[in-house]
Design a binder for this molecule. Structure first.
Ligand code: ADP
Length: 626
């Protein structure tokens, strides 16, 4: 029989598996039991859909058999089974979706995350086995097949005999070494404890023959042994238990197993609700954003159960987009078992539940922000962008829900602050919530406009994500305080006297500003004296709706419009360059045009924009130097 090679991705994962990326190789059992349970679910669900309600859950038991002589563990189910194609497609390759792009860096952690998200459970069998046989018969088929593999070098598939539908997985354990004891997996106690630890909630009985002994009647000290086929798991789904019965480890194991994560969740939300809708919910906020989170491939949704039976794997209607990172499940007795997707969308109960979930998630996040700041910051670093998109989307329809969740970097604290925190410590005379946007915090800190605000002791929010300024503009104000970009319009910083002085100087030098503006043509809307500079000579500000950062963002998007911010070149009246310009009106008027170009180019560079004619700029500077 010809051996087939694994597809490339599978081979790579196998290598990783075998080099034990999982810290505990005992999880192989959890993975195989999960698969058996899924296969039973599929069969049960299909039967229900076809009107066959007579199926007995107990008949879908998962069996574990230990054979010390052959050193094998056999895990079998009576689920949907696999035909030859399934075996080939499901076990011969992993990246079925075709979207898997492995990061090439050999850093192990990255690999782990990716693998976790794809759930390559089956392959974990190779962590403990030197040979794996999968004997499977698909439901409704009369042929059975045997898939066999010794690891990375490939697999074979051949026809074989199997009485009833389902799958039997036979693991031939590796030989124990000094470092690894594989023989412990032949021990009933060990297996029982692994099942309890990871798979207790599985809703099908997990059965195993166990040796029991009772004292022999009338013969003290002697025991009679017998074999009992025992159910090892309690079968109560974890979400139906009360949280006082559960440890963090229970939740974490359940989460990692069910939602293919390698890390514990950041937050667990578990409650049962009675009222207009009655349901249990168990929600998790992951510690890290899945690698495809900010792509179209990511699918949001919660598992939906009706009275303990899974009816939908990813019910998107339960979660608004801005909370799409939440994983978990909802179990409600109010939903009918064979409700279709289309009907679900209009289901009144489901609407009530999703409304409640949204409130609950928000309130949990708010209390995390207040009481568990470190974790909230972790959360925000991963999912804050999604919250900000949510704020901006639909013309700010959800701003009431989301405005308290957003945070921005602050000039005074050098860390993330909420809007509430900002407003609560605004100075008495401070009119606005000031913000500035830029590529990075380091670049923002160098902007000339920052200096004066800092001098006054005003806090400035640093906006570094593309969406930030759009979100802020949709918000317009927070607690009746208006947002104000420090590069825009009147910042309300100067006293009446200072205002008068600037107005006078502007009036006195009207001609000068006219010449400067004319030299720059339509590159700028105006050249004027600045009210936002302290020690720097020039800066750019804008008039109108589009800021310079927005101009950059909008022009990166694929469209043929050339969107322009209306730029204003501002000159610092207290800088020697201003006096120089004034005196040039008498002595060097013809050079003013070249100065205007240089000052404008400098202002562009400061803003992180490119200058239109770098050669002319360089020549102009040299001319000054010689
Ligand atoms: P995952 O379970 O995350 O999809 P696995 O590598 O564990 O990944 O399994 C791959 C696929 O093989 C499953 O999606 C399923 O279609 C199939 N499979 C695995 N075990 C069984 C089983 N016991 N019965 C039926 N199908 C199975």
């Amino acid at each position: 029989m010809k051996k087939k090679a694994f597809k490339a991705e599978s081979k790579r994962i196998l290598d990783l598996m075998i080099n034990s990326i999982y810290t505990h190789n005992e999880i192989f059992l959890r993975e195989l039991i999960s698969n058996a349970s899924d296969a039973s679910d599929k069969l049960y669900y299909n039967a229900l859909k076809n009107g066959n309600t007579g199926l007995d859950r107990n008949s879908l038991a998962i069996n574990i058999k230990l054979n010390e002589d052959d050193r094998t563990i056999t895990i079998s189910d009576s689920g949907c089974g696999m035909d030859m194609n399934d075996l080939e497609n499901n076990l011969g390759t992993i990246a079925r979706s075709g979207s898997l792009n492995f990061k090439q860096e050999s850093e192990k952690r990255d690999d782990i995350e990716i693998i976790g998200q794809f759930g390559v459970g089956f392959y974990s069998a190779f962590m403990v086995s030197k040979n794996v046989k999968v004997i499977s018969k698909a439901y409704g088929s009369d042929k059975a097949y045997c898939w066999e593999s010794q690891g990375a070098d490939g697999y074979t598939i051949s026809e074989c005999e199997k009485e009833s539908n389902g799958t039997e997985i036979i693991l031939y354990l590796k030989d124990s070494t000094e470092d690894e004891n594989y023989d412990e997996y032949l021990n009933e106690y060990k297996i029982r404890s692994i099942v309890k630890k990871y798979s207790d909630y599985i809703r099908y009985p997990i059965k195993m023959d166990v040796k029991k002994s009772i004292p022999k009647e009338g013969k003290e000290g002697e025991y009679e042994t017998y074999i009992e086929n025992e159910t090892l798991n309690s079968m109560v789904p974890i979400w139906r238990k009360s949280s006082s019965q559960l440890t963090d480890e229970d939740y974490n194991n359940f989460y990692k197993d069910k939602f293919y994560d390698f890390e514990d969740p950041l937050k667990i939300i578990h409650s049962s609700v009675e009222g207009a809708a009655t349901y249990n919910m168990l929600l998790f906020i992951p510690s890290k954003a899945p690698y495809n989170y900010y792509t179209k491939e990511y699918e949001k949704g919660l598992q939906l159960y009706s009275n303990g039976v899974l009816i939908m794997d990813k019910c998107a209607d339960l979660l608004p987009d801005y909370f799409s990172f939440v994983k978990g499940l909802v179990d409600s007795q109010d939903l009918s078992l064979n409700i279709s997707r289309e009907m679900l969308q209009h289901d009144r109960q489901l609407k009530i539940i999703s409304g409640n979930l949204e409130k609950k998630i928000k309130s949990e996040l708010i209390s995390m922000q207040k009481d568990d700041r470190e974790n909230y910051e972790k959360f925000f670093k991963n999912f804050g962008l999604q919250i900000k998109y949510g704020l901006y989307s639909n013309f700010g329809m959800h701003k009431e829900t989301l405005q308290d969740l957003v945070m921005f970097h602050s000039s005074s604290e050098n860390k993330l602050v909420s809007l509430e925190e900002y407003v609560s410590r605004m100075k008495e005379e401070q009119k606005y919530i000031y913000y500035v946007s830029g590529e990075s915090i380091a670049k923002i800190e160098q902007l000339p406009q920052i200096e004066l605000l800092k001098d006054k002791g005003y806090e400035v929010l640093y906006l570094t994500d593309d969406v930030d300024e759009f979100a802020i503009r949709i918000l317009m104000q927070y607690k009746e305080k208006e947002f104000k970009s420090i590069s825009e319009g009147d910042l309300g910083l100067e006293t009446e006297e200072e205002k008068k002085e600037i107005a006078k100087k502007s009036e006195d030098n009207k001609e000068l500003f006219g010449i400067l503006k004319d030299s720059l043509g339509d590159k700028v809307k105006e050249v004027r004296l600045s009210t936002r500079l302290k020690s720097h000579p020039v800066c750019l500000s804008v008039d109108g709706e589009i800021s310079i950062e927005m101009e950059k963002v909008l022009n990166q998007m694929p469209n043929d419009q050339n969107i322009k911010a209306q730029k204003v070149l501002e000159i610092n009246a207290n800088h020697p360059i201003f006096n120089r310009l004034v005196s040039m009106m008498d002595t060097d008027k013809e050079k003013l045009s070249s100065y205007a170009q240089i000052l404008y180019s400098q202002a562009l560079l400061i803003e992180g924009l490119s200058i239109e004619d770098p050669v002319a700029f360089s020549n102009a500077v040299c001319e000054l130097m010689i």
